[in-house]
Design a binder for this molecule. Sequence first.
Ligand code: GLN
Length: 387
Amino acid sequence: MKKTNAILGGLETTIFEVMSALAVEHGAVNLGQGFPDTDGPEDIRRTAADAIIEGPNQYPRMLGLPELRSAVAEHDRRFYGLDVDPDREVMVTSGATEALADCLFGLIEPGDEVVLIEPVYDTYLPVVRLAGGVPRIVRLEPPDWALPEASLEAAFSPATKLIVLNSPHNPVGKVFTESELEHIARLVVHFDAFAVCDEVYEHLVFDGARHRPLITMPGMRERCLRVGSAGKTFSLTGWKVGYVIAPPALLAVAGKAHQYLTFTTAPNLQRAVAYGLGKDDAYFASLADDMAKKRDRLIRGLASVGFEMMDSAGTYFVCADFRSLGFNGTDEAFCRHITEHAGVAAVPLSAFYENADVDRFVRFCFCKQDHVLDEAIERLGRHFASA
Ligand code: GLN
């Protein structure tokens, strides 16, 4: 038999799926894969339910329901002061995952270099490679996950087609600083490149800070493709409704990838997301405030168990150094160990690295009910006290 695709054939099952399956097998509290354990606002779900009964249920317009494209443009005006043309600059996708693939397939030609920031979210490297791109990886440095200026500059060259920037950052919970964004913007302009901005956690920025999209920085409006996801903004991760905001020429080419990958996205869910994006400021503020309280609860609890905790300025996640607990195996072994023996699942940070030589950190997810977080803390406390 002839060989199947070497890039896809060589990949493992994603760590999120692996750890969630292991958590179910062992009855563990799942603080691995990032999804809330309560569903988002009832009025949004009710709007979707009504739309399933009343319609629309047939193929919508390829680039999304006009009402959702307008709602996305209005959202970007309200939160970021952007002037976006809903007809030429917004596309609705089946999740941010598809949106990111559309952007990368739309821009990359074989041999193009693509700057990625490590730890790197799991979909970027495979899609860049499938598109024929050559990754140039820059590492964030613990404990504060700063972006090293010199390595960033060294990663850019005349062959750079684009950078993928994820802020707020999964898995480390970093929000890129104004000066880091400025530096990235300068390099993107200097090398005549583009930026694909994964901003799915745009409304999960804590402690009074606000998300600053790269597209709002000088010189970036023509060069950025900004990606968001209703899954995160409305705690409905299974819905898979995402969107891209980009200048017309870039949106058009990402739209060609969308045309042949999914073509459209569930119209009833789109209607509900359009409704949701119009919710008042109090909704968006309390989403972040509630999540920050959960972050504090988990950080406090895990620190009392003996983990060395990192900070988290945004997202669903916080990283912990487990060496202080006296465990000497790899991070993957640690995650398997606590899932099987303590009954709590987490995700090893090495899964977000090309070469898994970083092996002292695990990622915990805090978007869970308080009693679930408390149960996880108690189980870990009991396990390590008796270990
Ligand atoms: N983004 C989620 C996480 O980081 C998982 C999404 C997925 O399973 N693909 O946990």
